[in-house]
Design a protein around this ligand. Structure first.
Ligand code: MG
Length: 382
């Protein structure tokens, strides 16, 4: 049975004062959308994940999903309902049996809820996450209670809302001219049977500033801190420039290596890989592979950063020490920090570059090469 998650992220909803739609705002270091996507990408029963985005958000989207394994995004319409229909129409070219439609702004959907919805679709056309009303419900006008409404049989609908694919596609096509509040309402309009699945309060929709703060607290409680270290050496050979931290520095020699021999970025890459227990740079980019001959080491570092991001983690800080007699590092230090910050798309102030000599001692003292050592602190979901 093929199961696809369709994540609706085309909304324009913005938090007051924010410069981008809320689904692209950072939450514990990665965009809200990326948190939501990981819930589905890591679920063993979900085969495909597709996102519906706003046409103006392509750049934000590409940045947010770097390293994640997704189908090409669909471009949404003016309303959520139109966006879902456009997403379903794209899926229809290779239709799944089941589609789970989910709001980008609900990053805390749990695997058990997804499982329960999928299980229910064995005997229903639709199954949606919902919560029973536990508060007393009032009908009020201008803040004055007019009537108490019995809460018995009242539920709050969340997402995911799961459906057998062909019936919901056809229901959405027929409901295109109606303004309905969710996909369950579209299904109901078409006479489909929609079963409620009891979800939980953590699957809340992030809307307000307070919601973001609550989400940060929930994520922080679920993160732990990891530390990694890296070390590398490259020797000098004849040449006229060296690459250090992704910057070309004119010099009377160059560093020898299979790639561009950027010893500093190699040490940093290993520090990040070490922090997330993902082996070392040689495993990810074997020197035996001709593909990496002369390669820019910035792509090795970016890859390590993407692994952290794809796992829902965040690089807290990087500290690099370059060990050599020459060239002098201090004139380039600020540019080096900027370069690393840019390669990893980090907030400012998280990268430190330092340099030392070895007082003329050892191979660095004799000017035979450059050594670099680095440390990385990373926050990762447990
Ligand atoms: Mg190296």
């Amino acid at each position: 049975m093929s199961i696809c998650a369709l994540i609706v992220a085309a909304g324009r909803g913005q938090r007051a004062g924010a410069e981008r739609p809320k689904q692209y705002l950072p939450l514990a270091g990665s965009p809200l959308l990326a948190h939501t996507l990981r819930r589905f990408l890591t679920h063993p029963k979900i085969d495909r994940v597709k996102v519906v985005i706003h046409q103006d958000d392509r750049e934000l989207y590409n940045e947010a999903v770097a390293g994640l394994n997704l189908e090409p995004p669909a471009i949404g319409g003016a309303t959520r309902q139109q966006s879902v229909l456009l997403g379903l129409e794209e899926l229809a070219t290779a239709p799944p049996e089941i589609v789970l439609i989910h709001d980008a702004a609900r990053p805390f959907v749990d695997a058990a809820t997804i499982d329960a919805i999928i299980a229910e679709l064995a005997h229903s056309d639709g199954a949606i996450a919902a919560i029973a009303m536990t508060d007393s419900v009032k009908l009020a006008k201008s803040g004055v209670v007019e009537k108490n409404i019995t809460r018995e049989n009242l539920w709050r609908a969340q997402t995911p809302q799961g459906f057998r694919f062909q019936p919901i596609l056809s229901a959405h096509r027929h409901a295109a001219d109606l303004a309905l509040t969710d996909d369950a309402a579209v299904a109901e309009q078409a006479g489909l049977r929609v079963q409620l699945v009891v979800a939980n309060e953590e699957n809340f929709k992030i809307t307000t500033h307070e919601d973001f703060a609550r989400a940060e607290r929930l994520l922080a409680a679920n993160m732990n801190t990891r530390f990694g270290q890296g070390f590398d050496v490259h020797r000098f050979g004849p040449g006229n420039a060296i690459m250090l931290c992704g910057i070309e520095i004119p010099h009377g020699k160059k560093l020898i290596g299979h790639s561009d021999a950027d010893v500093a970025l190699h040490a940093l890459t290993d520090a990040i890989l070490g922090a997330i227990a993902q082996g070392d740079i040689g495993q990810h980019f074997p020197p035996s592979d001709q593909k990496w001959a002369g390669a820019a080491s910035s792509q090795f570092l970016a890859h390590a950063g993407n692994l952290v991001r794809a796992a829902g983690g965040e690089i807290i800080n990087l500290d690099l020490t370059i060990i050599c007699e020459e060239p002098r590092i201090s004139p380039h230090r600020a540019a080096m920090q900027d370069s690393i910050t840019r390669i990893l798309s980090l907030p400012a102030g998280r990268v430190s570059v330092k340099a030392t000599t070895t007082e003329g001692l050892g191979f660095t003292g004799r000017g035979e090469g450059i050594a670099a050592q680095a440390s990385a602190t990373v926050r990762m979901p447990q």
